[in-house]
Design a protein around this ligand. Structure first.
Ligand SMILES: Cc1ncc(COP(=O)(O)O)c(C=O)c1O
Length: 423
């Protein structure tokens, strides 16, 4: 039977990150060995206090209020005040089944064009497309670690003066590992204020920041126009729990009201036991603080290792400052790759998976041109439970321990180095 699908789905496929994960798992299931730099999920176990809270609340079966358990909304607001220096209170908080869904719902209710820097996370564009919103990708430069510059934003805003605009900024960044600093954010805030741009500040990696600076957010530079998102998925290592938060300031409270309506007519509320687990994470943050600090140190050690190896191979690659990603390009190998018929990032990633068994995602999945020959590298392919249990501290990390802890990461770098040396 011909299935009459809505036209907005045309040309969209399963998200590239999920698809490559499935392909890599298939190769492994067939006995092949893949160094999986494709999928960005926390490798660590969910901290015990959060698991315990989930278990302890398995019997809670009543529907909770649409925007979330009141105690959880209080706890999230307190957490953002104390840990992120972001002045939100309970009525500003919406709880949803992952920040991805909350972003989708916000895009649904906001009648705006969507501005995203290129590169950006894979899902913003398809979400906007599903909702029939125009998307404008704003160019960035490797020299600025692909951070959006205020003059570029200003130019686009001038072309779209009469169009309501939503800008999505993500820091620490997936796919580049970049972290926006105070100066970047205040320059962007000035332009946003001038043109009345609403900002969605995706801070899902907020606690995986290697810079040592205090948390920097558009919500500090531009509090009146910034919506913040976060959740349990990355630092709390509980992506599968599906709990995200959205923080909406007073001047945008019409959005909160609209979300309440849409949520009540769609997913209703997040699973009750999961909200109690989140209450433990946000409400008793001190019980997981050492987990967060230790896993941050592990992410940072791997980031430094992988970055040094990639630079050693002659690749262009800004140093990751947070999250668990970086974005090298293979432009220094352009001529040798072209001789083998590889003139696009997709052809390159396809060859790397097929011939060297290394899974990378092409930069074009993140809105870069295929000729940029860029790829996103996620460096979380290791057994986080084992590493965490035996972690000696960054300063005591020997080469031997690195090999024990991160065999796929090291093998992936070795294979890539060998592949490039034979081109
Ligand atoms: C930049 C970015 N934003 C949002 C999300 C979605 O996170 P959640 O699990 O809260 O839906 C991800 C997940 O990969 C991400 O990388």
């Amino acid at each position: 039977m011909k299935v009459p699908l809505t036209s907005s789905i045309a040309g969209l496929n399963e998200s590239a990150t999920l698809a490559i994960n499935i392909r890599a798992r298939e190769i492994r299931a067939q006995g092949g060995s893949v160094c999986h730099f494709g999928f960005g999920q926390s490798p660590f176990p969910v901290p015990m206090p959060i698991q315990d809270a989930l278990r302890d609340h398995a019997a809670v079966k009543d529907y909770l209020p649409t925007l979330g358990l009141p105690e959880l909304r209080e706890a999230v607001a307190r957490f953002y005040q104390q840990e992120m220096n972001s002045p939100f209170s309970a009525e500003h908080i919406c709880i949803g089944p992952g920040s991805k869904e909350l972003i989708f719902q916000a895009l649904f209710v906001l009648e705006t064009a969507v501005l995203i820097p290129a590169p950006s996370w894979v899902s913003y564009g398809p979400q906007a497309q599903l909702l029939g919103k125009p998307v404008y990708t704003l160019p960035t430069r490797r020299e600025y670690h692909y951070r959006l510059q205020a003059d570029v934003l200003e130019q686009v805003c001038q072309q779209l003066v009469d169009t309501p605009k939503l800008l999505i900024i993500n820091s620490p960044n997936n796919p580049t590992g970049a972290v926006y600093g105070e100066d970047d954010l205040s320059a962007l805030a000035e332009v946003c204020r001038k043109f009345g741009v609403i900002v969605l500040s995706d801070e899902i990696y907020a606690m995986i920041d290697f810079t040592g600076q205090s948390h920097q957010s558009m919500a500090h530079a531009y509090p009146e126009g910034t919506i913040v998102t976060g959740g349990l998925s990355k630092s709390f290592a509980a992506g599968g729990y599906r709990l995200g938060v959205m923080l909406i300031p007073d001047p945008l409270c019409a959005l909160t009201k609209a979300l309440q309506t849409v949520v009540s007519e769609t997913f209703s509320t997040v699973s009750a036991p999961v909200q109690y687990a989140a209450l433990e994470a946000y409400g008793h943050f001190d019980t997981v603080r050492s987990f967060i600090n230790q896993t941050l140190e592990i992410h940072r050690s791997v980031a430094e290792y992988v970055h040094a190896r990639f630079i050693g191979m002659g690749l262009n690659c800004p140093e990751p400052q947070g999250a668990f990603y970086m974005m090298p390009d293979f432009q220094n190998y352009r001529a040798s790759l072209a001789k083998k018929g590889m003139t696009s990032d997709e052809a390159l990633c396809h060859a790397l998976l097929g011939e060297a068994h290394i899974a990378l995602l092409p930069g074009s999945s993140f809105y870069l041109g295929p000729e940029a020959l860029s790829a996103r590298v996620a460096f979380v392919d290791y057994d986080g439970g084992d590493v965490l249990a035996c972690w000696p501290g960054k300063d005591a990390l020997t080469t031997e321990k690195m090999t024990d802890f991160f065999p796929h990461i090291i093998a992936g770098c070795d294979r890539l180095e060998q592949y490039l040396s034979l081109l």
